[in-house]
Design a protein around this ligand. Structure first.
Ligand SMILES: [Zn+2]
Length: 342
């Protein structure tokens, strides 16, 4: 029999207790404590667990928390520590309180915690009948998933004060890495190549960088993303690649997408979009649901962007080594397109 302490609307313990089996009959103005713990590794990745497909509520959904109700005599923090250990096998180091929310409809007051852990990534223990799988996810990917997955959407408001700060940092990081891609692209241009650059980031560290080295005369493909994949292949483990983000100055072509997919990288952030880039090509951008297509093939890939797109377009001014203003390049291509249309 699970017994809870009851609290009033100000969060004071009333001295009353309640049986879990009668949760629906908690009197008006009384609450019991529930804890939700968001678990993050010291290297930045978030822990997600997959709910058992036989559960009544949200079967087979990814969730980003351990949690449950506080037992009589337990403080919210003690509850958080116990639940986290029971559900994941991980010890909460110093849980940090993110928010406290009252839910009158369920007579619960939810304490949302953040726990940063410094354990082996495979130290997670699944709980029979509760969870069947887990994964660590890069912050960027986690932030986009949390507004998509049904159960994460519910958890989102509780973690929001913390995730908003994280979002800001991610935006700043995206801009920082994209600027570096643009530098690489211009570098390639100044060497006489097409102006594209790409790099791979794992938890705040740039693992590899690559420039475009395509040579039409020699029939060499040489796209920056392809060169980057080549550098990383057989060098980094699948788990590192899965948690990494590939940044590229321009949305990747289909051949590069396949190369990135085969490398096992699931997160791509691009600077210039397909649509904007097509202003510099004779044809319109092909409007295809690339993520959806890959998903049908069982490949998980998230394409995010554009990032600093205006700046990214100016990178093409260095295309092939000879500087030409963007306006001129676009006007020239518009002419080519018009002629082709005639
Ligand atoms: Zn390509």
């Amino acid at each position: 029999m699970e017994i809870w302490d009851l609290y009033d609307e100000q969060g004071n313990k009333t001295g009353e207790t309640w049986e879990r089996s009668r949760a629906k009959e908690i009197p008006e103005g009384r609450y019991h404590i529930v804890c939700d713990i968001l678990i993050r590794h010291q290297d930045g990745a978030f822990l997600l667990t997959l709910r058992d497909p036989h559960k009544d509520i949200y079967p087979g959904c990814w969730e980003a928390s351990a949690g449950g109700s506080a037992l009589a005599g337990e403080t919210p923090e003690e509850c958080a520590r116990r639940e986290m250990l029971e559900e994941t096998g991980l010890k909460a180091e110093k849980p940090e309180l993110i928010s406290v929310n009252y839910r009158p409809q369920s007579h619960s007051v939810i304490y949302a915690w953040l726990s940063v852990v410094n354990c082996q990534k495979d130290a997670v223990r699944l709980q029979e009948g509760e969870t069947v799988d887990y994964r660590w996810m890069a912050p960027d990917a986690f932030l986009s998933l949390i507004s998509e997955e049904p159960i994460l959407k519910i958890q989102y408001p509780r973690y929001k004060p913390y995730l908003d700060r994280l979002k800001e940092n991610c935006c700043m990081d995206n801009a920082k890495y994209m600027k570096r891609c643009y530098e690489l692209a211009i570098q390639a241009g100044k060497k006489g190549y097409d102006t594209f650059g790409a790099l791979l980031v794992h938890n705040g560290e740039i693992l590899e960088e690559a420039e475009n080295t395509a040579d039409w005369n020699k029939g060499l493909f040489g796209h920056a993303e392809f060169n980057l994949v080549h550098k990383c292949a057989n060098r980094y483990s699948d788990s590192v690649l899965k948690e990494s983000v590939l940044y590229t100055s321009c949305a990747p072509c289909e051949r590069c997408l396949c190369a990135i997919a085969s490398l096992g990288v699931e997160n791509v952030v691009f600077g210039v979009s397909y649509e904007e880039f097509s202003k510099l090509t004779p044809n319109d951008a092909v409007s295809v649901d690339r993520e959806g297509l890959l998903q049908k093939l069982g490949v998980r890939m998230k394409l995010s962007g554009p990032v600093l797109e205006d700046e990214g377009m100016h990178v093409f001014e260095w295309w092939g080594g000879e500087y030409r203003p963007l306006k001129e390049l676009i006007a020239e291509m518009a002419e080519v397109r018009a002629k082709a249309g005639n």
